[in-house]
Ligand binder design. Sequence first.
Ligand code: G16
Length: 551
Amino acid sequence: SSNDDKILAASAKHPIVPLPAGSLYKYGTAGFRMSSDLLEGVTFRVGLIAALRSRKLGGAAIGVMITASHNPAQDNGVKVVDPMGEMLEQEWETYSTRLVNSPSDKELLETYHALATQLKIDLKTPAKVVYGRDTRPSGHTLVAALASAFEATGTEYVDYKILTTPQLHYLTRATNTEGTPEAYGEVSEAGYYKKFADAFVHALKGRKIKGTLTVDCANGVGGPKLNEFLKYIPKDQVPFDVKVVNDDVLRPEVLNLDSGADYVKTKQRAPPHPKPEAGARCCSLDGDADRLMYYWTDAETGFFMLDGDRIATLAASFIADLARSAGIEDDLRIGVVQTAYANGASTKYIQENLRLPVVCTPTGVKHLHHAACSFDVGVYFEANGHGTVLFSNDAMATFRNKEPQSPAQKDALETLSAVGNLINQTVGDAISDMLLVEVILAHKDWSLRDWANTYSDLPNRLVRVEVGDKDLFETTDAERRLSKPQGAQGEIDALVKKYTNARSFARASGTENACRVYAEAATRAEADELAKKVAVVVENYGGGRGSAAVS
Ligand code: G16
């Protein structure tokens, strides 16, 4: 057909770079992510997948985001977003991998048709895709490859240009729910700002936010977008003093450099620039503004970090308290979802003090999101600061419709409703999460120190280990144990036994060409030593040529 000719011609313009024998492009933790010069052909092919996915779902809008988030500036990535703003259905990751790895244009076309046949997709169904990109310069070429795929397949598309990842998720859901009772918000970037600014004012309910909040934007897309967002807050009603730093998006090489949520979490220190003011309330976003870390530095404490586990416990305790005040605690199943990286002390605190159930899933928000859906209120956060709180439609309806028996109940129900609107329901969103934290601290009249005092973290260390072949490592038990290579887990177990309250695990990263090792133990020295020793085990089993870089 003429579309086939168009696909062939377009594919020839965006060729795939052949990988060394035995290697494949893989849909990883957050889509295809690698050095940007390998990505043009990959992105064109992902465009074909997005078009197929939209047709499979009767023309529902599919999202595509071009970003490599926390990775260095020269990397980029591409991931697909399903209609309600969730991550692409897992089975489709396999189809994407299959299509992307077609060796030639001709085989690409054959695989495209084979997938359409296998999945019973009528290629005449209308299709729609919306997309955006972060501030990386390589994004230009990649969105051009996407547009080419949509032109060749007769797919309607909207280029939203530069966006944070969560904004693209928002727009995908807003597009698909427009004009329905579930309408998520106005279908525009401004609609995003309006929705969350409005929810922020409602959720505060007159409480005052104290002091200045310094926000490090990792010199990524979060900077300009946060500055834009702040214009939507009615300052006369809600004074909110925010100092935006590291928001230089004009020099691409400074993206994520010595700044951002990933830097803060892995280095366990504040970004060196600008020098943090003693005791100031600070937070960091990552390169595409979907992760959040809070911290302060002062002479007495040194550096203190409040990570994703802390945000999860803060949100869960606040919502559980509100549910009690509203008299609906028996109707609302609240749960927390974590990964193996969650500090053992946070898990214990949630189970024993908050008395809430905890579920552990593999890394990747897609896994956590899915598990969180099984609760009425599902709080999910990765320790790295990526997460959100999901409210079921029933829960939101209860907040709206329950007849309050007292002014206190009315107040709690209204706050719950506003909080449900304030937290991005599609995916972890650093800006929306930050607003939530500010709201909770204002309600509780808490400083970061009060928040930190809720429990003590076990000292921990995260190490990045470069190995010859990270694919040798396979995990089981929600990534808490290695099933391969044979013998490695036994050595890790033997090491862990030698330390007090210790835990450690190793896994291959799904976004970087490396393995990660996590260790926690009763003391700082023990955690560091255990992490180092497990890193050596990983190096030894990882096919050599590696070097353990403690980060
Ligand atoms: C992505 C994923 C996160 C994951 C992180 C690290 O974050 O969205 O869920 O925790 O990668 O994954 P891995 O350990 O497999 O490399 P981001 O912020 O880079 O998109």
